[in-house]
Design a protein around this ligand. Sequence first.
Ligand code: ATP
Length: 346
Amino acid sequence: MLAIGGLEKTYDGFAFGPADLTVADEVLCVLGPSGSGKTTLLSLVAGIVEPDRGSITLDGRSLVGRPVEDRRTGIVFQDGALFPHMTARENVAYAADDPDRIDELAALLAVRDVLDRRPAALSGGERQRVALARTLAADPDAVLLDEPLSSLDAPIRRRLRSDLRGLLDSLDVPVVYVTHDQRTATALGDRIAVFRDGRVEQAGTPAEVLDRPASRFVARFTGTENVFEATAAGDGGGGLVLRVGGATLRTTASGPTEGTVTACVRPSRVRLYGADESVERSENALVGTVERWLNEGTEYRVVVSLDDGPSTLVASVRPDRFERLATAPDARVRAGVPPAAVHVIR
Ligand code: ATP
């Protein structure tokens, strides 16, 4: 178990913390915009930077004040940083003497065929996997990863992401994985901690953070594009009823039945229907005009300008559904929003 408590570090112009986090034998993905303190967290745990205040313990022993090499934490940086004059095998062997372990890790990370090359003769993805093998070879008590997939192109990143999931799960040590990519965080994290301005804004399972963001910032940063100011207008029996502009939205949320709240709906939860189709009775029906759309590869992102209610609504639509809808700009459409898909932030 890795535990940090009241951890603080101030640089000129940036304050990290106070931050409290615990990481069991699981993957904690640290998600946040550039400059939010993600790397600072790893540097504090690894001992590259000492905190001004607070505690860091790993399996019960305090790490604060200990030199880097005594902490038994393994860190992998974005660029992989291998010794350039050594082959990949020598780089990994630097951390582990047992040749069986080197071959086992090389096989796991699919770099067995390139072990006799020097870093200059490896691709970026191979370099990062060798760097990860070198870190794991030392058998660390905690693994700290700083955007290890960021410099890879999308197909390799997707493949490595799914390989990494199995590998990280099998380690049985706390893993802290820094990323600014929400997809990587949800794919790899048992839990996610969202950082903002040096503080933990929300920590929870991917489902908790994505479906029940604690703030507008978390909602927007994790891909909830539909964030509206709404007025609570009583309880409709099944949950809170909201007014958003001229529209009424039924929700399954509980909360104050008057006053201003924030309503969030993920684009993937909005269903689009043609103008002549009827919206399912269970859903909130909103009518509007297609403003624009974007083909994002696996789905279409459609922006609908609504007649009433929040001015625009973003829906992500599967290609087969998109093709059946007349979604040319200016097409009239109906949007269905299930009450359970409306998350309310007080
Ligand atoms: P990115 O995603 O861009 O890597 P990050 O979330 O990892 O960002 P950090 O690298 O932790 O952010 O940096 C947080 C802030 O602390 C930044 O404003 C940075 O300029 C500042 N900072 C980091 N290290 C130092 C340092 N050694 N001295 C002074 N300021 C620093």
